[in-house]
Design a binder for this molecule. Structure first.
Ligand code: NAP
Length: 293
């Protein structure tokens, strides 16, 4: 098996409940001949499956994990790719590689080395760069490319939304002295630091790399979050404005319901522009755009 230089390739077992790094897999491959026949059969089945051309699944979302499971059930070999930005990522079933490819060229190299069959993109709606790269790499290698993207949120009525194009615009849109709950991940948090009039409650899976200004509070958290927890968090911190990316999906929508019920202002950062790519809404629709396994 070939591995792109400097990359970690994990080989989960069949159940996906335990992940084994490449060196462990090699150690198992070298088991003595008197190993249990059942184990030997399982190992040989795994080796066989690795000869199959894989789907490169651009991941980092819960849909991507569900899609990996679905594709494996459909008989595909799947290599999920994660950016490596989360220190303890929830790993999908199937094989996993972690870390950037090194742009389009790096991805093309990986595709060729692994003899990839097609690309399925289930990365986050705001992960625009990896989507652009995946699309370009698919064009360069003449592979099928399909992206699954959840529906954006829409206001249901009574909401106080201000829609903005990007994080910079969200920073500008905040009213003077507002108490904002900024729930956009850690990547762009430091952009809010230019506003020293604001009181900010920030939340992300990983701690921010920046030093927190005095008027900021940070809490670490991984979705999903319940309505009750979101309500008490926002009530206790007396936030009046929610800043959020229009990610869509149920796992993070409780905070929007709370904002509506508390009559809070919402600064909604809309999704970045993407090239004209093939998009589906549901993971079940992906298979119809992939070559057969
Ligand atoms: P991004 O801006 O689109 O990508 C920046 C660079 O990170 C890419 O050029 C690529 O580096 C690397 N990268 C991103 N996703 C990758 C993946 N799945 N596999 C391998 N390399 C990847 O991405 P981002 O917004 O930083 O998001 C990073 C990851 O977190 C994505 O997998 C995304 O699905 C997930 N995520 C993002 C958000 C969000 O709000 N942005 C929210 C939840 C989850 P190279 O050019 O070196 O290949």
């Amino acid at each position: 098996m070939s591995i792109a230089k400097g990359k970690l390739l994990q080989m989960p077992n069949d159940t996906g409940s335990e992940n084994t790094q490449l060196k462990d897999v090699q150690a198992k491959d070298a088991q003595p001949k008197d190993a249990q026949p059942k184990d030997a059969q399982a190992e040989s089945a795994k080796r066989e499956s690795r000869k199959q051309r894989p789907i490169l699944l651009l991941g980092g979302t819960s849909e991507a994990r569900r899609l990996a499971e679905l594709l494996i059930r459909e008989g595909y070999r799947v290599i999920s790719s994660l950016a490596g930005v989360t220190s303890e990522p929830v790993l999908p079933k199937g094989e996993v590689r972690i870390g950037g490819f090194g742009g389009v060229d790096g991805m093309v190299e990986f595709i060729k080395a692994e003899n990839v069959l097609a690309i399925a993109d289930a990365s986050h709606p705001f992960a625009a760069q990896i989507t652009r790269n995946g699309f370009e790499a698919a064009k360069a290698t003449e592979l099928s490319y399909v992206r699954v993207e959840r529906k954006p949120w829409k206001p249901l009525g009574n909401e106080r939304w201000t829609r903005v194009a990007d994080v910079e615009a969200a920073v500008r849109a905040l009213s003077k002295n507002s108490r904002a709950f900024v729930a956009i991940g850690r990547k762009d948090l430091e952009k809010f630091a230019v506003r020293d009039d604001l009181s900010i409650l920030a939340r992300s899976i990983e701690e921010p790399e920046m030093e927190l200004p005095e008027n900021w509070k940070f809490i670490q958290g991984r979705p999903p979050f319940s309505y009750d927890d979101e309500y008490s968090l926002m009530a206790q911190a007396k936030v009046d404005t929610l800043v959020v990316k229009n990610s869509g999906g149920k796992a993070v929508s409780a905070k929007l319901q709370v904002a509506r019920d508390r009559r809070m202002r919402v600064i909604m950062i809309e999704r970045p522009e993407l090239p004209d790519i093939r998009k589906v809404r549901k993971i079940e629709q992906v298979v119809q755009f992939l070559p057969r396994p």
